[in-house]
Design a protein around this ligand. Structure first.
Ligand SMILES: [Zn+2]
Length: 568
């Protein structure tokens, strides 16, 4: 505790005790012994009550220790945002939380998500799953009513194949409802958009022909459907900063409601990192973020020059690189062709020479390198490159993000070079219906092997990758330990030997996620001296039934000792 605020507080309390002793010494001369004992007892009680004054005390809860993997019924007190005491004796505080019969967990850490991207997405209409044209229009209208400040309405995710009429929609209704505001609604695959006339007007005169794109017309008038390159005709404005801030605060609220108290944003540009920094300085944003820098010299050079950045809530000490694409779109880079596409091995997005050069620069500047690698060929390239830069047994904690398909011959790098697998269990359960078609019966055994990775690395960091997946960390835990589908039902075929134990999954969402970003001494467990980041619930995640995991309700969430969420 040396040099910390807690130490300062303890000093103050020692002085307080001495002050009371001084008064006692002054008055005891004038008293008889019986009276003296009475008065001194009163003084000591008074002193003790003030000494034991914590900002918040949490009493009677079953407190989870992820390192041991057990609960312990114990009281704890928080001073200046940090855990200052754990005791079986009663303690008092300015605020008292009665957690009797409840379970208290260290706050969850999402080791890989896209928080700023998620917040930006909140400023758009979610059209995924609309079952009719009318539903798409209703959602767009509801969004515009709820967000009167948004001038240019952007929506994503419609799919006319789910509608009664599967032909492309037209923009007449949007023109009536939104005569002045541009509306731009992208189809689920990102290859087409429905826009209104107010949006088309921004282009001026529409060209007859566009290379690589199409403007659909009916009776010589555009229908509002733009295909591929034609979508680029309309420049979508970047949202005003004040709206982005509003969305960041809304996104933070959603995190707190799930007991998330810390995040790692997997790829931010310089401007976004500076925006976060200013929001912390203005005491607006409260959720601590470990920001990975996006792979572009404009983003990382300023940080490589000044060295890692560390404040109470913001850390910048890692760079995020994309090794390959994703499995669903056959962009993941494989050692052998896709089982359902004999001439395709996917695509390497970053070659070895580039990664080697960037890795050496990052190593010299004291930064972590975190590379997205999904296919077994991408994983091999990344692991071999890391091994060329990092000494055996180093503690630089470089990470492979996703590590989805890893050839057994390459697994040893995780232990020899202490490389951390950072995985998202919901990807496994989301991909399960089609993953074997892409990979084939044999390769699927080397995919999503959480337990195998943990066995080699001795640690594993868990995340959600939201907004690619749902923000809900209950699903991460459920997928990691139960391995059933997102509908909460078992798959016909799933290799359960790859799943994690409940204790290990909780470690991956707390102490190991903290370790993966060099913060295990300040968060990830409720030990004295660490931040008071925790949540309270009535669910015992070690013993509850599988379905009960998805029903867990967070009662209260605290970040740096401050109450940030109470269940309504
Ligand atoms: Zn990601």
């Amino acid at each position: 505790l040396h040099g910390t605020k807690v130490e300062k507080k303890l000093h103050q309390q020692m002085f307080l005790l001495l002050k009371y002793l001084k008064y006692l010494c002054l008055i005891h001369y004038r008293m008889k012994i019986k009276k003296f004992i009475l008065v001194s007892t009163c003084f000591i009680m008074l002193a003790c009550s003030e000494i034991n004054m914590y900002d918040t005390v949490v009493l009677g809860g079953e407190v989870y220790d992820p390192t041991k993997g057990t609960f312990q019924k114990i009281n704890f007190g928080v001073i200046d945002g940090k855990i200052a005491v754990k005791s079986n004796e009663p303690i008092t505080g300015k605020d008292t939380i009665d957690a009797t019969g409840q379970f208290v967990y260290p706050g969850l850490i999402d080791a890989h998500c896209h928080f700023v991207g998620y917040a930006a997405g909140l400023m758009t209409v979610n059209l995924v799953g609309c079952l009719s044209f009318d539903e798409m229009v209703e959602r767009t209208l509801a969004f515009s009513k709820a967000n009167p400040d948004v001038d240019f309405i952007i929506g994503r995710g419609w799919n006319q194949n789910l509608w009664p009429d599967t032909s492309f929609p037209e923009n007449d209704t949007l023109n009536i409802l939104f005569p002045a505001n541009p509306v731009f609604l992208t189809r689920i695959d990102g290859h087409a958009a429905l826009v209104n006339d107010a949006a088309l007007k921004l282009v001026g005169i529409l060209p007859e022909f566009i290379e690589g794109g199409k403007i659909l017309r009916k009776n010589n008038k555009p229908t509002g459907i733009l295909i591929d390159k034609a979508m680029d005709l309309i420049e979508i404005p970047t949202p005003p900063t004040h709206l982005l801030i509003q969305s960041l605060l809304e996104a933070e609220k959603q995190c707190f409601a799930f007991g998330l108290t810390s995040l790692a944003d997997a790829g931010l540009d310089y401007a976004s990192i500076m925006l976060l920094d200013s929001l912390y300085k203005a005491n607006l944003l409260r959720i601590p973020i470990n920001a990975m820098i996006s792979d572009h010299p404009d983003n990382y050079f300023p940080f490589f020059k000044s060295g890692p950045l560390k404040t109470e809530r913001l850390q910048v000490r890692g760079i995020k690189v994309y090794g390959d694409g994703a499995l669903g779109s056959r962009g993941a880079y494989l050692l052998a062709p896709y089982s359902d596409d004999a001439h395709n091995r996917g695509l390497l997005l970053t070659d070895k020479a580039y990664l080697l050069d960037l890795g050496k620069k990052a190593f010299a500047a004291g930064f972590q390198v975190n590379v997205h690698a999904i296919g077994d060929a991408a994983n091999r390239m990344v692991l071999e490159t890391f091994a060329e830069i990092l000494p055996v047994g180093n503690d630089n904690r470089w990470r492979v993000e996703h590590a989805q398909v890893v050839n057994p011959d390459d697994m040893h790098y995780f232990s020899s070079h202490k490389i951390i697998p950072s995985v998202q269990p919901t990807h496994a359960t989301s991909d399960m219906p089609w993953a074997e078609t892409r990979l084939g019966a044999e390769r699927i055994w080397h995919a999503y092997n959480f337990k195998g990775l943990l066995g080699k690395a001795g640690t594993i960091a868990l995340g959600t990758d939201f907004p690619v997946e749902d923000i809900d960390p209950r699903k991460t835990f459920f997928s990691a330990v139960v391995g059933w589908g997102n509908d909460g039902k078992p798959f016909e075929k799933y290799d359960e030997s790859k799943l994690l134990s409940r204790q290990d999954a909780l470690r991956g969402m707390t102490i190991w996620a903290a370790h993966a970003q060099f913060e295990e001494n300040e968060k990830g467990s409720l030990d004295i001296g660490k931040w008071g980041d925790y949540f309270i619930t009535s669910t015992n995640l070690l013993t509850c039934k599988p379905q009960e995991i998805l029903q867990l309700q967070v009662q209260k969430t605290f970040v740096h000792g401050q109450l940030v969420f109470t269940k309504p």
